[in-house]
Design a protein around this ligand. Structure first.
Ligand code: NAD
Length: 471
């Protein structure tokens, strides 16, 4: 926490900055700003040693202007009602910014998962799902959770299984949660979606010559130096995609230490080292840097906080040397730090846009579960035959022959993975163009974050107008 204002107040401050640039009725703006529902749960769970522990948890549904509401569930020792409400609000705006037709929600269970066995985590997840079900806070048409900090595909499969057993025979039961393993109704490409979305979003920003010139940078990703905080789901995949596209990931910060190599870290090798030793520390070919926070202040082109909220504050903001901050985590920059960094000329690509890859592909997974068919299953072969016919016609006209290898590559039909990635790229690119257009229209009155919020407010207002609630 920044020590002065709560996470919710910070999100509201971002909202208010944007709302002031719109001409919507104040009562409509108040409706869009407020969190619609929040439920607090306390439930007992048996530990492996037979003792009983009472667990605290929350689920907030920020906006029901579109249903279902959507948002991750985090397992974190620091989670609280304010944080869950703030994150739910961010989800509402995120969905609107990237044109995903959901309202925003978020859930949190106050535990440090490292202190629990797998069997205990399963009991906690299943009991929380049961409580959500009892309060009507889960279901394919009302509220659909997903992974977040401290949770992943395993927890999502426990949620799906619990919901299914409570709704025996419900055809669409698997659509009650996203981020599931592929074998259990998940979608190919969901695991890496947030990190890949971060990459697409930053690449879009780095492709605009006018903006890069202002920062003293060339266009493109290749050769740019990148520092990433967090090497979990989002941080690891973000690092992997930047590395694959020729950026130099010069430092990674984790809770137990940071590592640095000015020539760039080998991300796949680092991942192997982490799998073998349980930590990124002491990775051969890197220097240890001590505390996680010190990495945030390294000189680099792109800084990507991908772990926690409120890590860039008014205290360390003046020491940040990055030219671009790509907010992969939710709420990593406090409102005060945001003001300081804007004055310093840092380009901040905001969380409400940049980490929307996860919810975008979650949307695709939800659609897949409702349609009960894998994307690409019907058309893949048809596409391949069509491409083959076309290539044969080209051979006829040019009297040249393609090799069998070329024919194979050129006639390939799209499978689920290809379609998911293409849908994600299109979503992130379109949203960035929309945000930048708004920024240009506002002519210096707004940064990217405020412009993104203006877009979100306008889209949600339109929705309320269409419902006839706020004409
Ligand atoms: P995760 O649990 O997989 O990874 C978080 C990582 O951060 C872990 O490796 C953890 O050890 C590390 N960490 C914890 N404290 C740290 C510290 N003080 N310094 C450095 N590293 C620290 O979680 P995740 O899913 O990668 O989520 C990370 C962030 O991205 C969160 O803010 C989350 O809300 C946001 N996010 C996640 C998704 C998603 O699809 N998973 C989608 C959108 C946003």
């Amino acid at each position: 926490m920044s020590g002065t204002i709560s996470f919710s107040k910070q999100v509201n401050r971002f909202f208010d900055n944007a709302a002031a640039l719109t001409d919507h009725d104040p009562s409509l703006l108040a409706q869009i700003r407020e969190c619609n529902f929040v439920c607090r749960f306390s439930f007992p769970v048996e530990r492996d040693n037979g003792s009983i522990e009472v667990i605290s948890a929350w689920r907030a549904e920020h906006s029901n202007h579109k249903l279902p509401t959507k948002g991750g569930i985090r397992f974190s020792p620091d989670v609280n009602e304010d944080e869950v409400c703030a994150l739910a609000a961010l989800m509402t705006h995120k969905c609107a910014i990237v044109n995903v037709p959901f309202g925003g929600a978020k859930g949190g269970v106050r535990i440090d998962r490292r202190n629990y066995s797998d069997r205990e985590l399963e009991r906690i997840t299943r009991r929380f799902t049961f409580e959500l079900y009892r309060k009507n806070f889960i279901g394919p048409g009302c509220d659909v959770p997903a992974p977040d900090f401290g949770t992943g595909a395993k927890e999502m499969s426990w949620i799906a299984d619990t919901y299914q057993s409570l709704n025996n025979g419900e055809l669409n039961a698997l659509a009650c949660v996203t981020g599931k393993p592929v074998e259990l109704g998940g979608i190919r490409g969901r695991t890496e979606a947030t990190g890949l979305g971060v990459f697409y979003g930053v690449r879009e920003a780095c492709g605009i010559a006018e903006d890069m010139t202002k920062l003293g940078l060339s266009t493109g990703i290749e050769g740019k130096t990148v520092v990433i905080q967090g090497f979990g789901n989002v941080g690891f995949h973000t690092a992997k995609f930047f590395h694959e596209h020729g950026a130099k990931v010069i430092a990674i910060a984790e809770y137990d230490g940071s590592i640095f190599n000015p020539n760039g870290l080998n991300i796949p090798a680092l991942d192997l080292h982490r799998q073998e030793t349980g930590s990124i520390t002491n990775y051969p070919g890197s220097k240890m840097m001590g505390k996680s926070e010190s990495a945030l202040e390294l000189a680099c082109d792109i800084l990507i906080p991908a772990a926690l909220e409120n890590v860039i504050t008014k205290e360390n903001a003046p020491r940040i040397k990055a030219k671009i901050i790509g907010e992969a985590a939710n709420g990593p920059t406090t409102a005060e730090a945001d003001e300081i960094l804007n004055k310093m000329g840092v380009l901040i690509i905001p969380d409400a846009f940049l980490n929307a890859g996860g919810v975008t592909v979650s949307y695709f997974e939800w659609l897949k579960d409702l349609s009960h068919v894998r994307f690409g299953r019907l058309e893949k072969r048809f596409e391949e035959y069509s491409f083959r016919r076309l290539l044969t016609a080209v051979e006829g006209v040019t009297e040249k022959r393609f090799t069998e290898e070329m024919l194979k590559v050129l006639s390939q039909g799209a499978d689920e993975h290809d379609l998911v990635r293409s849908g994600l790229e299109e979503t992130m690119s379109t949203a960035y163009v929309e945000i930048r257009e708004t920024k240009c229209k506002l002519d210096g009155k707004a940064d990217l974050r405020t412009s993104a919020f203006v877009n979100s407010i306008n889209k949600i207002a339109l929705c309320y107008g269409d419902m006839g609630i706020f004409p």
